[in-house]
Write a protein that binds this ligand. Structure first.
Ligand SMILES: [Ca+2]
Ligand SMILES: [Ca+2]
Ligand SMILES: [Ca+2]
Ligand SMILES: [Ca+2]
Length: 140
């Protein structure tokens, strides 16, 4: 329950407004709730890691397979404002945490490491980064 509420907090920080649902779910809406959220990204990661059964909705680039290319597609097109890919390689993983950590101690930190958009890169952003990784890796 505690993990769930912290994830919800991260989701609120990250998402801002949900995408309104029209006739069909928007591309990237892996769980079919008509909103592009961190939950869709988590679900996509689970499918790519083999922790959940892939669904057609998860094949975002339409190549017939659900793999890392679909995660890159998701972050690039469905959810370009997603925070967490601090080093800009199209994936959210531990390398992004290490990158963010370095930015905290940098004289000219990368704005992409400012996960809560408060204009500063500090330990709060590292906590958020850790929660994003926790959410993705826990397979929630
Ligand atoms: Ca969704
Ligand atoms: Ca694909
Ligand atoms: Ca990255
Ligand atoms: Ca910040």
């Amino acid at each position: 329950m505690r993990a769930l509420s912290s994830l919800a907090l991260v989701a609120v920080i990250l998402l801002g407004a949900a995408v309104p649902c029209q006739a069909a779910p928007p591309p990237g809406d892996v769980d079919g709730d008509c909103a592009i959220t961190l939950v869709d990204l988590c679900l996509l990661y689970q499918m790519v890691l083999g922790l959940a059964d892939p669904t057609p909705a998860a094949d975002l680039n339409g190549d017939g397979a659900v793999n890392v290319a679909d995660i890159v597609w998701f972050l690039k097109f469905a959810y370009p404002d997603a925070k967490g890919d601090t080093n800009g390689d199209g994936l959210i993983d531990r390398a992004d945490y290490r990158y963010a950590e370095r930015q905290v101690f940098s004289d000219a930190p990368d704005p992409d490491a400012d996960l809560n958009n408060d204009g500063e890169v500090n330990v709060t952003d590292l906590v958020i980064m850790a929660k994003i990784l926790e959410a993705i890796e826990s397979g929630w």
